[in-house]
Unconditional design. Structure first.
Length: 175
């Protein structure tokens, strides 16, 4: 295995691990805390988080990891062999999958939540602004947003951390 491939795999593993760790903190600390405050407080707080997140340093590992995974996955598929190839390609696939969950699930829900007026906290109804059934207004929108968002965030955590472990294992095996 090329030394450069090994370095890229390890740097990508660090990015995947950072992403998984940040998302784990969100699932295990931030979302449970927001679940304990009134929706009229939680919703605008999450809207603020979602405005800051795309402009934060978190974007470096969040976007860098899948880019590195594509490079590692293609390179390993062509140049590595045996268990090293399997580990690196699998790690790359899981890393890209974590990003796909973000882009396909979290971003659209975050964007929909951003459109909910925070001052509509007392409204409830049948269809929510988040595109999920069971809510209108801030209270209903938050109540339908939070559980699914958190569950899928756990999926992102698992995918990102599994990617990191497999990339490290492949890099070490290929050394």
């Amino acid at each position: 295995m090329s030394g450069l491939l090994q370095v890229i795999a390890l740097v990508t593993a660090v990015a995947s691990g950072l992403t998984g760790g940040a998302l784990f903190a969100f699932s295990s600390v931030v979302m449970p805390a927001l679940a304990r405050v009134p929706p009229a407080t939680a919703l605008p707080t999450m809207q603020a988080v979602n405005r800051v997140a795309p402009r934060s340093a978190l974007m470096v590992p969040l976007v860098g990891s899948p880019v590195g995974c594509v490079v590692v996955g293609v390179w390993a598929a062509v140049a590595a062999d045996g268990p090293t190839r399997l580990l690196l390609v699998a790690g790359a696939v899981f890393g890209v999958a974590a990003f796909v969950v973000t882009a396909a699930y979290h971003v659209p829900r975050n964007d929909a939540l951003a459109r909910v007026p925070p001052d509509s906290a007392g409204a409830t109804g049948a269809t929510g602004s988040t595109g999920e059934a069971g809510a209108t207004g801030a209270t209903g929108a938050w109540e339908s947003y939070r559980p699914g968002w958190t569950a899928m965030n756990h999926v992102r955590v698992a995918l990102a951390l599994l990617s990191a472990v497999l990339l490290v294992a492949g890099a070490v095996r290929g050394a």
